[in-house]
Design a protein around this ligand. Structure first.
Ligand code: HEC
Length: 194
């Protein structure tokens, strides 16, 4: 397989598996478009005693025994209601109108599995100081020039390329600096002490 193809595949394949679902960009828009009409304190609509629009209200929903059980999609009745058949009494939104798409259901399920956090996905986690992370060989995020992200540790520089050791497989790839985003190029140079 040629190198460029291998590299794009590496970015393409690893990204979905490794990136956490982000509440603000992926889940909130679903709630807002498909649920707030009936479940928002700010609209004075709290059907079934459920509101999904403020952190205070969400705290009543997201908890052990709540409609969303962090880390437990199978126990989360909010998810099963969204997945129910159109004619099911429990289906949300009711009567099969404005159903969640398959992609939205996948995002919702992934978000619950990852702990149903309101403060963002892995992308939002504060990055460790670069030099320290590189020195300890810890995995960092690297973004390609076309915006895809992987987790890998810095393993050196060679002929204008950065050597990245994949966190998942341990495989080392030689990635031309030009294939990385400006930020990741800077991260490589900082790690190399340049
Ligand atoms: C058209 C209004 C409407 C929309 C839109 C709607 N719901 Fe509901 N929802 C209701 C009503 C009415 C109830 C109370 C039904 C009941 O208790 O049987 C309810 C109850 C619920 C409950 C509690 C169920 C229980 O077992 O107590 C959950 C969870 C829920 N909705 C989630 C959602 C989610 C998530 C969305 C968006 C994807 C949504 N709803 C969209 C009207 C709506």
């Amino acid at each position: 397989m040629n190198f460029d193809l291998r590299l794009s595949l590496m970015f393409a394949l690893l990204t979905p598996a490794l990136r956490a679902v982000d509440y603000n960009s992926q889940i909130k828009p679903i709630f807002s478009q498909k649920c707030y009409a009936c479940h928002a304190v700010t609209k004075n609509k709290v059907k079934g005693d459920v509101a999904l629009d403020t952190p205070e209200e969400l705290a009543k929903v997201i908890k052990p025994g709540g409609h969303i059980v962090p880390g437990e999609p199978a126990q989360s009745t909010l998810l099963s209601a969204c997945k129910a058949a159109d004619d099911d009494d429990e289906v949300m939104p009711p009567k099969g109108k404005n159903r969640l798409t398959a992609a939205e259901l996948t995002a919702l399920e992934g978000w619950i599995k990852e702990g149903a956090s309101l403060v963002g996905g892995a992308a939002a986690a504060a990055p460790a100081p670069m030099a320290a992370a590189a020195a300890s060989g810890a995995a960092q995020s690297w973004t390609s020039s076309d915006g895809k992200t992987i987790q890998a540790s810095f393993a050196g520089m060679k002929d204008g390329s950065v050597l990245l050791k994949m966190a998942a497989s341990g495989e080392v790839f030689q990635v031309p600096l030009s294939r990385l985003s400006a930020e990741s190029q800077a991260q490589a140079k900082a790690a190399a002490g340049q």
